[in-house]
Design a protein around this ligand. Sequence first.
Ligand SMILES: Cc1cc2nc3c(=O)[nH]c(=O)nc-3n(C[C@H](O)[C@H](O)[C@H](O)COP(=O)(O)OP(=O)(O)OC[C@H]3O[C@@H](n4cnc5c(N)ncnc54)[C@H](O)[C@@H]3O)c2cc1C
Length: 308
Amino acid sequence: MTEKTRLLEKWAEEYNRNQDGAIGITRGEPMCRHTTFRIGGEADLFLVPKDREAFRALIRAARETGTKYFLLGRGSNVLFDDAGYRGAVIGMGGLDSVRVEGNTVTAEAGALLAQVCKAARDASLTGLEFAYGIPGSVGGAVAMNAGAYGGEIRDVLCASTACDRETGEILDLEPEDQLFGYRDSVYRRGDLAVLSASFRLDEGEKETIAAKMTGIMDRRTSKQPLEFPSAGSVFKRPEGHFVGQMVEESGLKGYRIGGAEVSEKHAGFIVNRGGATSADVLALVEHIRDTVRKNYGVELECEIIRVV
Ligand SMILES: Cc1cc2nc3c(=O)[nH]c(=O)nc-3n(C[C@H](O)[C@H](O)[C@H](O)COP(=O)(O)OP(=O)(O)OC[C@H]3O[C@@H](n4cnc5c(N)ncnc54)[C@H](O)[C@@H]3O)c2cc1C
């Protein structure tokens, strides 16, 4: 652990003494426990603030101590290195409240997106069904502008509360401030953290909403290799092409490097067939990119975020 990270740990311990344990602190936490890929070595420090104030205080302390940190949602779109993370990983899972007011569902960043979809369904609100089955947190979904089955987060998001990662200031953002693009948003630049997000939905029939969600989940289960750890689609969709089709036509389904394999079920996924290392995944990613470049002249861009 670096001197800076040690200073942040000391700060967090002191904060906890005054604030009744408002930050979960773990040293040497294996990141494979916190990622859907089940890959990743130990983070020097894993910190989980339990409320917004603790989060703000923590990121200010990280800046003041000069500690490098990574903001982790539910780890469904990231690849940590086998060597782990030298610095602090700040897990958002402690901020997880969800509330419904009229046609609006508001959730804190660490709430599971699935929880939000279910809250909308239970309140007979329609519009979020497309997101059912996208793993991960609300903060991760907003940061990634997650989408599926013709919908994207930006279609339903009506407001967000963010925290300036430099000053700790709380900001209310309108949708247009969030610069949404394909799997992209202002949050990807690293200056802001999502604290909460509100989704404006329409009134609907609970049974119809539930049936749509079940249908979407069935499509996922039949098409995606949910039986193995993965981080979802490896590559962004290039204009005019389907990644899965190009990879499959290149004969790469089932191609394996170490424990990492191009899924037999969906060639756009890399799955961890047991004991995959980050090096296995990265080598497989490069092999796929080289093959597709050679066969189709298409440059694939990784959607999964590599954390080092
Ligand atoms: C089986 C499977 C299926 C998937 N299907 C889809 C799909 O259909 N559509 C889709 O879009 N994605 C899909 N994904 C990818 C992934 O689920 C989404 O990108 C998800 O929104 C990531 O959320 P997360 O909380 O896990 O984020 P993480 O993986 O933890 O983080 C992703 C990025 O968001 C940042 N981030 C996280 N929280 C915050 C915050 N509060 N403020 C600012 N930045 C933050 C992180 O720093 C990181 O850069 C799939 C993944 C899997 C494993």
